[in-house]
Design a protein around this ligand. Sequence first.
Ligand code: HEM
Length: 171
Amino acid sequence: MTTLHTLYLVSVWLHILAAMTWIGGMLFLVLVVVPWLRRGDRATAAAFLRDTGTRFRDVGWTCFGVILATGTFNLWVRGVRIADLARPSWRASPFGKAVLWKLAVFALVLVVSAYHDFVIGPRATAALRDAPGSVAAERLRRRASWLGRLDAVLALILVALAVILVRGWPW
Ligand code: HEM
């Protein structure tokens, strides 16, 4: 067993762990926490979402950093080099297509997460704290929820693309 192979195994392990932490946390928020909070009073919900949302934001972006570093190393071990991205034959290959789709969806996740975590999310929790029940607070809360759901759907697409990248397209 070479050192590089050991590093590669550790990298794939860290990659999957980081993906699990981000996706597991997000699905728990979307499927368990938010529906439960919706039954309680708005002020408690706003405080809870602000505190846990901020903490999960830090966990999520740490996961993104680990995913990007280990994903890049995984690609490198699999022989992918920057020059490949410029080669039409590689881009048209089943593996090349899987990598490019995965990177494109990951870039979209970064944009949606940044908009949710650093713009709409903080605005929504501030509005829910300062003017609970107002039209503005309700609109921001709904927008934050839909961005969270969009991220959850994109995460499921990313895992499907990850399996395709390793095992090939189903068609
Ligand atoms: C949130 C984003 C991501 C998620 C949820 C994710 C998830 C996964 C999962 C679950 C696997 C294991 C698949 C399997 O063994 O069937 C995997 C493998 C892989 N991922 Fe990602 N990934 C993400 C982003 C990335 C990025 C940005 C890159 C490249 C920079 C990348 C490159 C890879 C590579 C190369 C493998 C294959 C590892 C191997 O050689 O077995 N991933 N990913």
